[in-house]
Design a protein around this ligand. Sequence first.
Ligand code: NAD
Length: 484
Amino acid sequence: MTQAQNGKTFRNYIGGQWLDASNGAATPNLNPANTQRTLGTFPSATRADAQNAIQAAHDAFAAWSRTPMPKRGEILHRAANWMDARLDEIGEALTREEGKTFAEARGEVARGVSILRYFAGQCMEPTGDVYPSASASTLLFAERVPLGVVGLITPWNFPAAIPAWKMAPALAYGNTVVFKPAEITPLTAWYIVSAFEQAGLPPGVLNLVVGRGSQAGQELVENPKVKAISFTGSNEVGTRIAATVAQRGGKTQLELGGKNPIVILNDADIARAVELTVQGAMLSTGQKCTATSRAIVVRELAKDYGEALAARVKQLRVGDGMQSDVYMGPLVSADAEKTVLEYIAVGKNEGARLVTGGEKLRGDEYDSGFFVAPTVFDKVTSDMRIAQEEIFGPVVGVIEAKDIDDAITLANHTRFGLSASVVTRDLNLALRFMREIEAGIVHVNSMTAGAEPQVPFGGFKDSSSGTREQGKAAREFFTQWKTV
Ligand code: NAD
């Protein structure tokens, strides 16, 4: 696939047609493991392109919203099957444009398939409730109906799963969609939209605009024909979008950053705690909203855990994610690499101790990509910037706690509340952690990352705003009640 696509030109998908950007602007899609390899050229959609896409979605809404739900479900099933038959191909595209390992990328595409199948199944579920009425001659019911045109704005770090978990419920519940993926991962987006095209989705129901947030994205945010925006990305962008959409009476759902803790209590199995920390912090190069970025360990275990963690992290093989022995790929872009290296410098200046990593990797294998060594700091205190701000890279800070009370207080000492994990063999301590931790997703003896399509996904505090994504909770956002 990849070599063949080197010189290929990709387009926006508007009203069922593949179109160049209206001003002809296009950008090469770079492989972060080796920027000399490109994955084709993608349009830089303008505001006018986004307006055309919104109009196409607007025009398609009446027919799509009247299409029987089971028929919509059949299209979702066919799109899932199309993707399922191409797991390797799409997984490879994802690795080459985003950098995560092929095993993770393929797993993410498979998760996208499961999400489509889950919402295809939801198309056979009841769409409302019948109520008793005070009047003998009244049939009183309330039905969930679609919103209209919805805008989906997504980040680069899960370019298959996040679009799938927004698009599947949006379409299943009868909305039409304009999808604006992150401009640096458009190839995976192209595959997902192609899956729906091949599945027979009518023209205009799903539209793709590839381009910068400040252009195509901003048009979606400001255009009154777009009734709702489902956004996943940074807090900075998300909160600005929510303010703009609120001013025009639209609806938003925001999934934002995290600063997720793994808490290691004094009865924990140290080897397991280390493995879960490494998986949570270093898989996907730490670029998950649910990545582990703080390891909070009770004092009795701190020394043994710290030594074992450093030893394990030093063994990790870093390289091009297409190589089967690689554990961790590159960061996604030059900007991401710069930010991570800046945070490493901040950590050192704040007085945290660099245990391992902390530098850009050099040498033939690394010089054309964005590789930073997996990094561990200890002697981190909770008020440091590296313990408070989202780094979004392969950096974990170890914080010592006096006991479980202190550990939970430290874990909650952040503006974020997306996910959290506890490592313990004591069921009572696990239950206490579950009750007291301020996080939307809680793991016991598993890493901070990981979710399944049938359960609600989202965070507390500054990590989310609006109703939850995935599972039955997704219906809240993509429908409104009509009482009859
Ligand atoms: P980002 O905020 O820079 O970009 C996200 C999307 O918004 C991109 O498509 C971008 O083009 C678009 N955008 C930017 N400016 C815009 C504007 N003015 N109007 C409309 N759209 C605009 O985020 P990113 O760097 O792509 O992703 C990383 C962030 O995403 C991290 O903070 C991470 O924690 C977060 N994230 C959260 C979750 C979650 O579920 N909570 C999941 C994954 C990622």
